[in-house]
Design a protein. Structure first.
Length: 260
């Protein structure tokens, strides 16, 4: 999940897809590359419970060609998220941005995950809202697909445009030429008509064509904030709003090629 603007729903989408994948009985590896640790916290791992070996340690360690080291960083998610393995973020992860290492840090996550995400599993990575940098590049090099959530406002528009520029650079440099953009996903969209919402949606559709996925819209419902605060999956919440959000995350998971 990537955008170069904050507040557009990256972590919310990440957690929603984890919940949808669990509902499909898939194994889930959830990696948090944002030093703020919002995704980590929603999955039931608080800052004072940070595992001894985290995303920070995984990226700091020179693997010297060894693969599969990400499994050493797995921490069990909270009880409500049973079965989810988390590679947790911590504030010290920000230090990796300034690492001056001889061996490419940007390739360490891909090496670490090699052979770890097996059949009937899905890996979900939540990226920080940054214009490139080592943490973003590490995730884009490791990923197979990218989803770009975009609120239908100026932040969403700018964040999507800049994310696409960074993704293009990673592909053009040959760091991950097969990386696929699933689409720009309208995120946290309020009901009813709005001049700004409609204008931004039309702009994204006109500019990006089929990359703008208005068929995958994520509606804004208050229950999503409630489940985030309680650190429980949206799929466990009752009511029509929770079901509407669950359905949206299911559609997005399918669009990303994840089968039940």
């Amino acid at each position: 999940m990537y955008s170069e603007k904050g507040g557009v729903g990256k972590s919310a989408l990440s957690a929603g897809l984890v919940a949808a994948a669990r509902k499909r009985k898939l194994g889930v590896i959830a990696g948090d590359l944002d030093p703020r640790g919002t995704f980590t916290a929603e999955l039931g791992i608080s800052a004072d419970e940070a595992p001894a070996f985290s995303m920070n340690d995984l990226l700091a360690l020179d693997p010297q060609g060894e693969t599969g080291l990400a499994a050493d960083a797995f921490a069990e998610a909270g009880k409500a998220w049973s079965g989810v393995q988390v590679i947790a973020a911590e504030r010290a992860l920000a230090n990796r941005e300034t690492d001056n290492v001889a061996v490419g840090l940007e390739f360490r996550l891909r090496l670490g995950l090699k052979g770890v995400v097996g059949p009937d599993m899905v890996g979900i990575l939540d990226l920080p809202p940054r214009a490139g940098g080592k943490l973003v590049t590490s995730a884009l090099v490791a990923a197979t697909d990218v989803l770009i959530p975009a609120t239908l406002d100026e932040d969403g528009r700018i964040g999507a445009a800049e994310a696409l520029s960074t993704i293009k650079l990673v592909k053009d440099l040959g760091m991950n030429p097969d990386l696929r953009v699933v689409g720009i996903i309208p995120s946290i969209v309020p009901g009813g008509r709005s001049t700004l919402k409609d204008a931004i949606g039309e702009y994204l559709a006109d500019t990006y064509g089929s990359l703008y996925r208005d068929d995958l819209v994520i509606p804004r419902h208050s229950v999503r904030q409630q489940t985030r605060f309680a650190c429980v999956p949206i799929t466990d919440a009752p009511g029509r709003e929770a079901q509407a959000l669950t359905d949206a995350y299911e559609r997005i998971l399918t669009a990303a090629g994840v089968e039940a």
